[in-house]
Write a protein that binds this ligand. Sequence first.
Ligand SMILES: Cc1cc2nc3c(=O)[nH]c(=O)nc-3n(C[C@H](O)[C@H](O)[C@H](O)COP(=O)(O)O)c2cc1C
Length: 203
Amino acid sequence: MATLLIVKAHPLDAQKSYALRALEEFQTRYASLHPEDKIEVVDVFEDQIPALDKPLFEAMEAAKKGVEINPEQAERLERYNELTKQFLAADAIVVINPLWNLNVPSQLVSWVNTINVAGQTFKYGPEGSIGLVKGKKLLHIQSNGGVYAGQDPAAQYIKSIFEFLGFEDIHQVFIEGQSANPSQAQAIYDKAMVKIDKILESF
Ligand SMILES: Cc1cc2nc3c(=O)[nH]c(=O)nc-3n(C[C@H](O)[C@H](O)[C@H](O)COP(=O)(O)O)c2cc1C
């Protein structure tokens, strides 16, 4: 039994978002292809994702030194570590987000921070950093108002982070151009679903 982790970083629902409609379809098809697998969902807009701020940073430093931290810091640090463990326990990851101001939503950045942990997901080597996360797959689905073909900073960011961590099996699907060509919205979605279906064959 494998574990699929879905990281949902879109605040709307499938009735209002093409990206979430694609996610719903993906999840249904994945579940029928892999009925024995476990599917976990992290909703970065709904679930607690501790932002990497001063109290959390201080808590991390204190924990390393064995210094006592206050209960609120301890709770946030525990949740942070829980997200790292959940990521490490998954076999495949799906990240889904809209493109906002050429970036991913900041809530997704907070989740990404939880999977970049020196000593656990990467390490510092004599010739640079070494990704420690091997054998996992990533599917990144992003909806863009315009057309960027993977060259926008958000798509590049997600690709770079997962490559940095050691991922070698990375797929990206862009549902893009609906704002530029609203009359083509359904056709754009259908084209993206064909790509997702193809990826599902080996995901
Ligand atoms: C705050 C905000 C910022 C956005 N910034 C961009 C942008 O920089 N580039 C772009 O192409 N589309 C941008 N868009 C459009 C979204 O990417 C678009 O809403 C999304 O593709 C719609 O997908 P959905 O149907 O999954 O919600 C932005 C939308 C919002 C709400």
